[in-house]
Design a protein around this ligand. Structure first.
Ligand code: PAF
Length: 279
């Protein structure tokens, strides 16, 4: 496995990669969710590139950029075992040199939900992902359904800017108790970890009600809210029932719907979602 820590060095390595390149962009502190993307990429491509870059541009001034968990040694060990070919770990000054001033702003879908609560977040995500795509030149790129809105924003960007690659979105990997895997779970105490299962429990409730024929989105929101409010440590930021591609809120569920939510458990803000779709 090769590790490149500058863009120039990575480009030299990239030139030698023959066949289809599958790319998994990450911010490191890898867990099973990331590794499942790497395994899928491994199965579907000739060569695998993984990037590890904690992107300052997607963190707000009050957010956890400095504290974001990092463990490069462990990440590299895991990636070596999974058979990654190249790990790209650029420095911030290489990705955002002095006078950097070009940003990718995806309108509409990026302004809702997480975008409304975290202004500038998706501008940072879209910009870094566009840069990574230009550097890595993948044939396929892999993202997790856990960050459903991020996947929608990236698909929109790739389509709008005619980027020549395929975006694949893989299912969320969960703990046995349903908690979606996330690097930020490290912030939870053991009591909070238990409370955090309320996100998945409330999503399952929405799915059950929908499967029994409930189409009224407001009714699902109300039932989810009631359940979450029973959990003392949980504070709801939003519950959304939206059209999966435009992320516009739905009053009635007629086709498929993306149910997503953001809940604070103590000081940790968690997101999760479930897709309601006819099989
Ligand atoms: O999902 C993430 O880890 C990040 O948002 C990404 C896609 C690597 C961009 O920094």
């Amino acid at each position: 496995m090769e590790v490149s820590s500058t863009i120039a060095e990575f480009r030299r390595t990239r030139e030698k990669l023959v066949g289809s390149v599958g790319f998994v962009p990450t911010m490191g502190y890898l867990h099973e969710g990331h590794l499942s993307l790497v395994r899928q990429a491994r199965r579907e491509n000739d060569r695998i590139v993984v990037s590890i870059f904690v992107n300052p541009a997607q963190f707000g001034p009050q957010e956890d950029f400095a504290q974001y968990p990092r463990d490069t040694k462990q990440d590299l060990n895991l990636l070596e075992k999974e058979g990654a070919d190249v790990v790209f770990m650029p420095l911030v000054k290489d990705m955002y040199p002095t006078h950097f001033s070009t940003w990718v702003d995806v309108e509409g879908v990026a302004a809702r939900l997480e975008g409304a609560v975290r202004p500038g977040h998706f501008r940072g995500v879209a910009t870094v992902v566009a840069k990574l795509f230009n550097i890595v030149k993948p044939y396929r790129a892999y993202f997790g359904q856990k960050d459903a809105q991020q996947a929608v924003v990236i698909r929109r960007m790739v389509s709008d800017l005619n980027m020549d690659l395929k975006v694949l979105v893989a299912p969320t990997v969960r703990e046995l108790n349903g908690l979606a895997m996330s690097s930020r779970n490290i912030y939870l105490s053991s009591t909070e970890r238990q409370s955090a299962t309320i996100l998945w429990r409330s999503l399952c409730l929405a799915k059950q009600l929908w499967e029994r024929g409930e189409q009224d989105a407001e009714h699902l929101r109300v039932e989810m809210t009631k359940l979450i409010q029973k959990e003392r440590l949980a504070h709801i930021d939003y519950i959304s029932i939206a059209e999966p591609e435009t992320l516009e809120e739905l009053a009635k569920i007629e086709g498929s719907a993306l149910v997503s939510l953001a809940v604070r458990i103590g000081k940790t803000r968690l997101i999760d979602n479930i897709l309601l779709e006819e099989s």
